[in-house]
Design a protein around this ligand. Structure first.
Ligand code: NAD
Ligand code: ZN
Length: 360
């Protein structure tokens, strides 16, 4: 299958290790343009007043902005943050650092891009619409699974749709992987976001886009997920392995795509605001016909960790809402093509999707 191959960027610098957060000051120092060009730290507000704040190397004019991850990122939120930063400072910042789960990582990527690109972030939702590199940006995950720390996208809810800003300029310039930061994540959240990674692997490895590049990352991520969610590891090892699973899972989909669970999860998120990880789990439990081995293991993982997914999520929704969910899911053409092949339109229809949604 010769042709033109995509030329993907990767995160050029990464630090890994327990306590590596303490190197952030040294990492940022050479990137500081001058005393009045601040570093902006976007931090999940769960860490406000936590010991982690003492370890953030804010100096000079640097600003720490706490942001709630209760709602996933929106284009209007990104635009407002960009405007606020431009208003507050005479000089363009030296960099943006995002500290948190996928929500904060995506916000940091998007704000860094929008500080160098005019207009609203909504106009860049799509593929390769960004013209200028963003400002220097650093990602520091505190929750493992999304792969947002390695990916080429930042997923935003916009006026029209939930869609990523996919570009060569989106990936972080620097990532700090400190597995200790994921200590203390509530168990259900740990599971849902961890399953995002597991589902990335299943969808990538069972997709028609699979190639040896994706497979090599996907298989590694999947075996790490098995160790974490089906094995009996000490907690620190669990944190370390899930952090690396997330990284490899993200790399695996870089050169392929996700699949059916993600397509349907986007519908749930768009209409009902269901968070990404939970939405994936809600859908995936019903995808036995498509990913039978993956779903069987998923059920074992739920049982082992005594996770109970909410029920009746789609019970009260109107016909109109159901139609919107189906449309949003169906619009994800590359995901369906990856899952079912070029002829996917003849293999899936609105009734099948509705039947899955009705079970949720
Ligand atoms: P999240 O960032 O939304 O956080 C979920 C919850 O966990 C929040 O309440 C948050 O405060 C809390 N939390 C985070 N770290 C914690 C810690 N150390 N201790 C205690 N609580 C903590 O969750 P997520 O699942 O990581 O991210 C979901 C987002 O990621 C969605 O917006 C989704 O669209 C996006 N996403 C992006 C990509 C990408 O490639 N860019 C891929 C998948 C998902
Ligand atoms: Zn995902």
């Amino acid at each position: 299958n010769r042709g033109t191959y995509r030329n993907f960027p990767m995160v050029p610098r990464v630090v890994y290790g327990a306590g590596s957060l303490d190197q952030l000051g040294d990492i940022l120092m050479p990137r500081r343009k001058h005393a009045e060009a601040p570093v902006i730290f976007l931090v999940d507000d769960i860490f406000e007043n936590s010991p982690l704040m003492q370890r953030i190397p804010a100096i000079f004019e640097d600003q720490i902005i706490f942001i709630s991850a209760d709602e996933e990122p929106k284009t209007v939120q990104v635009d407002a943050l960009r405007d606020r930063i431009q208003n507050d400072f005479e000089y363009k910042p030296s960099g943006v650092v995002g500290i948190g789960g996928g929500t904060l990582l995506d916000l940091a990527k998007a704000v860094a891009l929008m500080l160098n690109n005019p207009g609203t972030s909504a106009q860049y939702q799509g593929w390769d619409l960004i013209r200028q590199p963003g400002i220097y940006h650093v990602g520091i995950p505190t929750l493992s699974g999304t792969g947002a720390e390695v990916s080429r996208t930042t997923v935003l809810s916009g006026p029209e749709r939930k869609l990523g800003i996919n570009s060569d300029y989106t990936p972080f310039d620097q990532v700090v992987l400190d597995p200790e930061l994921t200590r203390g994540v509530p168990k259900d959240q740990w599971f849902y976001t961890g399953m995002d990674c597991y589902i990335h692997c299943i969808e990538s490895l069972n997709g028609t886009y699979l190639n040896a590049f994706s497979q090599s990352y996907g298989e590694k991520a999947l075996s790490l997920c098995h160790e974490v969610f089906l094995g009996d590891l000490p907690e620190t090892e669990q944190q370390e392995k899930l952090m690396m699973a997330s990284w490899h899972g993200g790399m695996s989909i870089a050169y392929s795509q996700v699949g059916i669970a993600h397509a349907l999860s986007y519908g749930l998120s768009h209409v009902l605001g269901i968070p990404h990880g939970l939405g994936n789990c809600l859908v995936f439990q019903h995808l036995e016909p498509y990913y039978s081995a993956g779903v069987a293991d998923f059920m074992r993982m739920m049982e082992l960790h005594q996770v109970c997914l909410p029920k009746g999520i789609c019970a009260g929704i109107s016909e109109g809402e159901m139609d919107t969910m189906i449309r949003v899911a169906m619009d994800m053409a590359p995901l369906w093509e990856n899952a079912l092949g070029k002829e996917w339109r003849s293999k899936i229809d609105a009734e099948t999707l509705e039947a899955i949604y009705r079970k949720i």
